[in-house]
Write a protein of this length. Structure first.
Ligand code: GLP
Length: 241
């Protein structure tokens, strides 16, 4: 596990964007696993900047996103498809037909989860997976649990996650109670993983991620077993180490 300590969110975003840029430059037809949330927004801004300056070309890139709320369609402004379009895809030259986000409106959720895993395999697996970290140590929407989930699956969101994400909705009651997420197995199969973490409210979860016991009660702790993980975190997030 490689850990970069940065002064603040801006520096964290620049460093993470550099790692992703290197991936896109070295392998222009790579598969990027992408994340939502406030943590990667600055990283995406840097990538857009790199594209606008002519340094980055996303025309051959494929992307697969980690997760999506159940019940929200692509036009809903809190859906993760909408987030990805507005924060990244609409501003770079990626082919939108090669950007994938789990379908929040799938009728047959279980079937759609299987199809999503098959799709990831079909495109050749994930070269670089970008992750944020939940306050409770979740990655994607893999909440603390008794077991590590393998593939893409449907989850009930915990009270902590609903509380953390209510800031994006009109009220807590509007936050979806379920989501579809890549499993821990899917994430762990990515060739390279980059985790962006910012702020003191993540410090405890980050300490557990890096040096706590490996347990599904803190899902991100499994990353200790991955051969190529880079954590890019600011001083506040690393304050408990
Ligand atoms: C959300 C997302 C995660 C994200 C995490 C942290 O619920 N499902 O993919 O990494 O929580 O979010 P944020 O970066 O806004 O703190």
């Amino acid at each position: 596990m490689m850990i970069y300590k940065t002064k603040n969110y801006t520096e964290m975003s620049r460093k993470a964007a550099n790692l992703i840029s290197a991936q896109v430059i070295l392998k222009p037809d790579c598969v990027l696993g992408l994340a939502t949330g406030s943590s990667p927004i600055g990283t995406y801004e840097q990538l857009i900047d790199g594209y606008q300056k002519g340094d980055l070309d996303f025309s051959k890139v494929t992307s697969v996103n980690l997760d999506e709320y159940l019940g929200l369609g692509p036009e809903h402004d809190q859906s993760y498809r909408y987030f990805m379009n507005t924060h990244l895809f609409d501003h770079i030259n990626i082919d939108k037909s090669r950007t994938f986000v789990p379908d929040g409106l799938a009728q047959d959720v279980e079937g759609a989860c299987k199809e999503y895993d098959a799709l990831i395999e079909q495109v050749g697996g994930i070269d670089l997976q970008l992750l944020g970290l939940g306050r409770n140590g979740h990655i994607g929407f893999n909440e603390p649990a008794e077991d590590f989930a393998r593939g893409t699956h449907c989850v009930d969101l915990t009270a902590s996650t609903i509380d953390a994400n209510k800031r994006f909705f009109a009220s807590e009651a509007d936050v979806p109670r379920q989501a579809v997420t890549m499993g821990i197995g899917t994430i762990m199969r990515a060739k390279k993983i980059v985790v962006v973490v910012s702020g003191a409210d993540k410090a405890e979860a980050l300490r557990g991620t890096i040096c706590g016991p490996i347990t599904p009660k803190l899902p991100a702790s499994i990353l200790q077993l991955h051969p190529d993980v880079t954590i890019v975190a600011d001083e506040a997030a690393l304050s408990q180490l």
